[in-house]
Design a protein around this ligand. Structure first.
Ligand code: ADP
Length: 347
């Protein structure tokens, strides 16, 4: 009992202290000569009618061992206690757990702060999404007016307009058309995760066949080799899943390298909790500095006349995948092709 790391004390059936080890002396600040053969509740008058008093009596009365943690106010200390009754009285093991309690308290406080912060963030996020939705929705109507009056101007005043004026109108119409596309993309982005139809069994092989059909002309034009592994059937929201495959696959075609024969490979690996998909191309690749940026809305690496697009495709993919609890990333090197990876939970 002197060599164990716990404090240990024993009392007989009349609460007379019969044993008091060294650690008990350290923790409670009383030497054994002070306490041996004295009544526990006389030595610790301050503990009468506290949880210690109640639990020790209960252990003896009911003949059951009791384990509990409690604060001993007199010493401002948390203790963890195990009390074992026997025919001769009660044996009590205990240790000072104040440091652990303090840390637990701090962790709990941090957790509470984090939970409050998360709640605030979620609210402001929802507000922002609502804003993006309303803004993009309401911007469409005035934009439609601009486009249609420009077209009317061109049509009805053809004879009065010189070539330069017509060119200006052409630029303005082109700008309005681009703006329309941006607004549509933004609207789509803000809608991700909102419109929830029913989950359904989605055969990803069917989705890829649809995409091959949709892109047949481009694929033939650039003479791309496309290999697709047998893909699984998953249970998910079909439209967003299709969108992810669509955006990444169409990028693999769009950003092909003209100097080599385009080759695109779609593979899947079954992991314990999720499917890991990869779409690999041997296209123009992406500098390491941009591997994360390309997933941010409106981030593009090329001028519009080089490659068309608004820079929203991958941002939409990221939002969809993360909404479903997955991850999306790219490995790529400039000039050496890119591989886009994403995970979808099997559950
Ligand atoms: P968009 O294609 O409309 O520009 P995305 O969000 O789909 O928008 O892509 C963002 C940027 O990431 C693209 O502008 C392009 O620079 C780069 N990128 C995407 N996919 C590929 C790819 N397969 N190979 C090379 N670059 C790519």
């Amino acid at each position: 009992m002197e060599s164990i790391s716990d404090a240990f004390i024993a009392v007989d059936n009349n609460w007379i202290i019969t044993y008091w080890n060294k650690e008990a002396e350290v923790i409670l600040g009383k030497t054994r000569t002070d306490v041996i053969n004295r009544n526990l509740w006389e030595v610790f008058e301050d503990a009468v009618d506290t949880i210690f008093y109640y639990n020790y009596h209960k252990a003896i009365r009911e003949g059951v061992s009791i384990h509990f943690e409690a604060k001993y106010d007199t010493l401002d200390m948390w203790v963890e206690i195990s009390a074992y009754p026997s025919t001769g009285g009660l044996s009590v093991y205990f240790k000072n757990v104040t440091d652990r309690k303090r840390i637990e308290h701090q962790v709990q406080q941090m957790y509470n702060e984090l939970a409050a912060q998360t709640k605030k963030l979620a609210a402001s996020n929802a507000e922002l999404e609502q804003f993006a939705y309303v803004a993009s929705h309401d911007l469409q109507e005035p934009l439609r007016m601009v486009s249609s009056f420009l077209t009317l101007l061109e049509k009805n005043y053809k004879v009065q307009l010189d070539d330069r004026a017509k060119q200006y109108i052409h630029f303005a119409v082109d700008g309005a058309e681009r703006m329309r596309q941006i607004i549509l993309d933004l609207l789509e982005y803000s809608r991700v995760g909102k419109l929830k139809n029913k989950k359904e069994a989605v055969d990803l092989n069917d989705i890829m066949q649809e995409l091959l059909l949709l892109y047949r002309t481009q694929i033939e034009e650039i003479k791309a080799d496309i290999s697709i592994q047998s893909l699984p059937k998953i249970y998910a929201y079909k439209a967003p899943v299709r969108q992810v495959f669509h955006n990444i696959f169409s990028n693999a075609i769009k950003y092909h390298n003209k100097a080599v024969k385009p080759s695109i490979g779609i593979e899947v690996k079954e992991e314990e909790t999720h499917w890991l998909f990869s779409i690999k191309d041997n296209g123009i690749g992406i500098k390491a500095d941009y591997h994360e940026k390309i997933f941010v809305i409106f981030q593009r690496l090329h001028a519009r006349n080089e490659y068309p697009g608004t820079g929203m495709g991958l941002a939409i993919c990221k939002k969809i995948i993360e909404n479903m609890g997955g991850k999306i990333w790219v490995t790529a090197e400039e000039g050496q092709g890119s591989t886009f990876y994403f995970t979808i939970d099997k559950n």
